[in-house]
Design a protein around this ligand. Structure first.
Ligand code: VGL
Ligand code: ZN
Length: 211
């Protein structure tokens, strides 16, 4: 990785006039998070489908890479409450709940995460519990092969996978934007949304308020 971090990036509204080294990361726009009948529905998620589609269209029109992540869990995983984790079963590999929301435009590489005995939320790496090691996904290799230096992270959920992916992106040296208009939060506990925004800003993520 040769990117240098730019923690003091300006705080202006993002546009899709960014350079060709900019990629859009669309995180976990899947049935279980985004559909009211999904097992881990994130309030407000249906409202961001069309705005994200517009961002995808603009990114593709500008020749930018759009990369998608999918939460992709085995039926038995320490990530699920019934096996010691935090969450109801969701996004089980090849199940209907793991499908992309039918409304979302998919046009780019797809990175799966969480498919082993793993816990974690970042699209870049998850913790492999048997070894205690972080296991990398293909995401940073895909970005590097495409000369990506800056990323906009959108999708679900703002206080979990979007937050972790964005913070990891900064650590890996990408200039990183999160437009709040293009994400929604689980808010498992009151205050989680504000805390997630603050954690992203502290890490050097450029969090953009909705207009
Ligand atoms: C997520 C909870 C559990 C997410 C994934 O995509 O934000 N949240 N697994
Ligand atoms: Zn998950």
């Amino acid at each position: 990785m040769t990117h240098s971090p730019t923690p003091d990036a300006p705080t202006s509204t993002p546009t899709w006039t960014h350079g060709p080294d900019h990629a859009l990361l669309v995180v976990d726009m899947q049935h279980d998070f985004g559909h009211p009948e999904g097992s881990l529905f994130v309030q407000g998620a249906p409202d961001i489908v069309e705005p994200i589609n517009r961002a995808i269209e603009q990114a593709l029109a500008a020749g930018h890479l759009v990369v998608y992540t999918r939460d992709w869990h085995p039926e038995v995983t320490p990530h699920f409450a019934e096996h010691g984790g935090l969450w109801p079963a969701h996004c089980v590999i090849e199940s209907a709940g793991a499908e992309f929301l039918p409304g979302i435009t998919v046009d780019g590489p797809v990175v799966h995460k969480g498919s082993g005995p793993e816990d974690g939320y970042s699209g870049f790496s998850v913790l492999h519990l048997p070894t205690g090691q972080n296991r990398e996904t293909d995401l940073s290799a895909i970005l590097d092969e495409n000369g990506v230096m800056a990323v906009t992270v959108v999708g679900l959920a703002g206080d979990w996978c979007v937050k972790s992916t964005a913070i990891d992106a900064v650590r890996l040296g990408y200039r990183t934007l999160v437009p709040l208009a293009l994400t929604r939060f689980v808010e498992l506990n009151p205050g989680d949304t504000e805390a997630a925004i603050e954690a992203m800003r502290q890490a050097g993520v450029q969090v953009i308020e909705a207009d």
